[in-house]
Design a binder for this molecule. Structure first.
Ligand SMILES: Cc1cc2nc3c(=O)[nH]c(=O)nc-3n(C[C@H](O)[C@H](O)[C@H](O)COP(=O)(O)OP(=O)(O)OC[C@H]3O[C@@H](n4cnc5c(N)ncnc54)[C@H](O)[C@@H]3O)c2cc1C
Length: 307
């Protein structure tokens, strides 16, 4: 389903993010997670795209499998990194052929391999990819006459590559003006950062719906990995203090991390967030506990009659 239709029908969306599994065993375990989370009727699920190599094909495979075997609406991520125009056109063609409705267009993390030169990429920034997808849409190659719906990334705490926050907003606006339908944010742990970002977008004339990215911390090692992956992410003292109190109790860390993320979600809903996107790390337990804490049986509660 086109993201414009999803957003028009739902004042608040709920969505889950997965990464493509590398082995047949992890593929089956992910599929179990997907089945468990399907019961929550998410408005869409998204599948990340690797920095290069064979995992990229796995994104396509997983998206097509979800599309073909579940009622879920899969959105593939696609990045500029290490791609020519012909390759991107081929990928779009394949997704269009499978009636995949939307794409999340990203700059992409650089590969950790020797010899990579960003200047060799045909598309230098996500905005170039958004424009290319729009041109593809105009060609009429997609079964939906509007073509792919397009999402882009936003960074409430700022993107490390652009320390000038005013310029960064200009770059985000370029992506939206080029035709992005919605924005999904990087994870954040202080809602004030998200709410301020939303205000700043409004002031900059960026009116696309902004979906908040939430990642519950479930382990001390996960916290470290996250700090590395989401470079520049701020970890508030309140969160760190709560985690410190857990000492070496792994279960307590997970409980505290999930409780913290639940509180963030409660507050975002109070502040009429347009959507919450859960970075699931391919597991369902944390997300299920957050839904339970929010009292949400499934994502379509907003369609239910008011009490
Ligand atoms: C929701 C979400 C999902 C993600 N999924 C993936 C994934 O699946 N695979 C992956 O590899 N990475 C993923 N990432 C990480 C992302 O690709 C990187 O953080 C990347 O560095 C930024 O992506 P972007 O789309 O914002 O890129 P861009 O919009 O290209 O921005 C990258 C940097 O360049 C600057 N910039 C943008 N346009 C211009 C311009 N015209 N001139 C000069 N500077 C400019 C921006 O300010 C920013 O600092 C994801 C991030 C988010 C938030």
């Amino acid at each position: 389903m086109h993201i414009q239709d999803i957003l028009a029908a739902n004042p608040t969306t709920f969505s889950f993010e997965f990464f493509p599994p590398k082995t047949p065993e992890t593929a089956e375990s992910l599929y179990q997670t997907i089945r468990e989370l399907e019961a929550y009727l998410p408005h869409f699920v998204s599948v990340t795209y690797g920095a290069g190599g064979s995992t990229r094909e796995l994104t396509h495979d997983l998206v097509v499998r979800i599309q073909g075997t579940t009622k879920l609406n899969p959105i593939p991520h696609l990045t500029c990194v290490c791609h020519s125009e012909e390759e991107i056109a081929g990928i779009l063609q394949r997704y269009a052929g499978n009636a995949v409705g939307n794409i999340l267009a990203l700059g992409g993390d650089p590969p950790r391999k020797d010899g990579y030169r960003k200047e060799d990429d045909r598309f230098q920034h996500a905005v170039d990819l958004v424009k290319f997808i729009r041109r593809f849409n105009d060609s009429g190659a997609h079964p939906d006459r509007r073509g792919f719906g397009v999402g882009v990334a936003g960074f409430p705490e700022g993107h490390p590559a652009t320390p000038n926050r005013l310029k960064e907003m200009d770059h985000l606006k370029e992506k939206v003006d080029a035709g992005a339908d919605y924005i999904v944010t990087q994870l954040f742990f202080d809602n004030r950062d998200f709410l301020d970002f939303r205000d700043r977008c409004e002031l900059a004339g960026i009116h696309a719906p902004i979906i908040a990215g939430i990642m519950p911390i479930t382990s001390a090692s996960g916290l470290r990995r996250m700090a590395d992956l989401a470079g520049g992410a701020r970890f508030p003292a309140k969160l760190l203090r709560a985690l410190q109190r857990c000492q070496d109790d792994a279960e307590a860390v997970a409980r505290v991390g999930i409780h913290y993320a639940s509180e963030q979600c409660h507050d975002l809903l109070e502040n009429e967030v347009r959507g919450i996107h859960f970075y699931t790390l391919n597991r369902s337990d944390a997300t299920r506990q957050i839904f339970a804490s929010l009292g949400i049986q499934n994502s379509r509660f907003a369609e239910a009659p008011a009490m």
